[in-house]
Design a protein around this ligand. Structure first.
Ligand code: AMP
Length: 251
C-alpha cells in the first residue's frame, strides 16, 4: 500500500500571530514556521503503518513556496520515504479547492492507495481540502480520524463525532483526515534529520502544470480580536450576579 501525505507549512502554533498594519493578512516576516500539527499526525500515522508492514511507501507532498522544502524534510525526518513540492510564487493565492485540484494531479501521477491529510490547517482553519479532494477523485473519505486500522484491502476508521465515536469500513483508495487523538507524533532524531537531507525531494514549478487558480474567494480584511477592557466588577453574591447579567441581557 502506497500512502500520500499532504503537509502544509504554517506559522508555528506557539507563535502569537500579528495582523499586518494594513489588514491585508498576517505578518509572516521573521516568524517561526512549522508543519501544520494535524499533518504531523498524518505523517506519523503513515510511518507507523509502514513500520507495521501495512504500507510500502510514504510520500509527502506540499504546495508552497521554496521554504516548504524544510517542512518536507521534517516529514522525511519522521520517516516519509520521499517528497514532492509543488512550488508556487509568494504572490499566488490558492484557496482550498485550488489545493485539492493540485493534489488531484499528484494523486493521478502517484496513484496512492491511501491519502492522509490533516483535518484542518491551523492558519486558515478551513477544514475543506480533504473533503474537496475526495469529491474530485470520487474516493471514499473518513474525516476526523482517531483510529485507522488496515484490514486486507479495506480500512476501518474510527471518527470523532459529537458525543461519541463512529466506526466506518471503506475500500481503497481512500482519503482520511486526522484528528488530534489519532497518535502522538515522535520527535525526529538527529540521525533521521541527517538521513532526511539525502532523501529524494522533487520540485515541480506550478507554472509547468495544467492549472490556473479559481480566484473565487477574495479576502477583504483581517482584523485582530477586540482587546478586552480588563474591567472587573466585584459582586457580593449570586443574586447580584443574576441581576447584573439580566441587566446586560446576557440571560
Ligand atoms: P484546510 O482545508 O486548509 O484546513 O487544510 C486541510 C488539510 O489539507 C491540511 O491539514 C493539509 O493536510 C492539507 N493542505 C492544505 N493546504 C495544503 C498545502 N498548501 N500543501 C499541502 N497540503 C495542504
Amino acid at each position: 500500500m502506497k500512502i500520500l501525505v499532504a503537509v502544509k507549512r504554517v506559522i508555528d502554533h506557539n507563535v502569537k500571530v500579528r495582523v499586518k498594519a494594513d489588514g491585508s493578512g498576517v505578518e509572516l516576516a521573521n516568524v517561526k514556521m512549522a508543519m501544520n500539527p494535524f499533518d504531523e499526525i498524518a505523517v506519523e500515522e503513515a510511518v507507523r503503518l509502514k513500520e507495521a508492514g501495512k504500507a510500502t511507501e510514504v510520500v509527502a507532498v506540499s504546495i508552497g513556496e521554496a521554504s516548504a522544502q524544510d517542512t518536507l524534510r521534517s516529514a522525511m525526518a519522521i520517516g516519509a520515504d520521499r517528497a514532492i513540492l509543488i512550488q508556487r510564487p509568494a504572490d499566488l493565492v490558492l484557496e482550498p479547492l485550488d489545493i485539492a485540484r493540485l493534489l488531484q494531479q499528484v494523486v493521478n501521477q502517484e496513484q496512492p492507495d491511501l491519502i492522509l491529510l490533516g483535518k484542518q490547517a491551523i492558519d486558515d482553519d478551513c477544514n475543506q481540502t480533504g473533503q474537496m479532494l475526495s469529491a474530485l477523485l470520487g474516493y471514499a473519505q473518513a474525516t476526523f480520524a482517531s483510529q485507522v486500522v488496515v484490514e486486507g484491502a479495506r480500512l476501518q476508521v474510527t471518527r470523532e463525532i459529537d458525543g461519541g465515536l463512529e466506526t466506518l469500513s471503506m475500500g481503497l483508495p481512500a482519503i482520511v483526515t486526522t484528528d488530534l487523538r489519532l497518535n502522538e507524533p515522535r520527535y525526529a532524531t538527529l540521525p533521521n534529520i541527517m538521513k532526511a537531507k539525502k532523501k529524494q525531494l522533487d520540485i515541480i514549478d506550478v507554472a509547468t502544470l495544467n492549472f490556473s487558480p479559481l480566484g473565487q474567494v477574495k479576502t477583504l480584511s483581517i482584523t485582530e480580536p477586540k482587546k478586552r477592557s480588563g474591567q472587573c466588577t466585584m459582586l457580593n453574591d449570586a443574586i447580584a450576579l443574576v441581576t447584573e447579567l439580566q441587566a446586560k441581557e446576557v440571560i
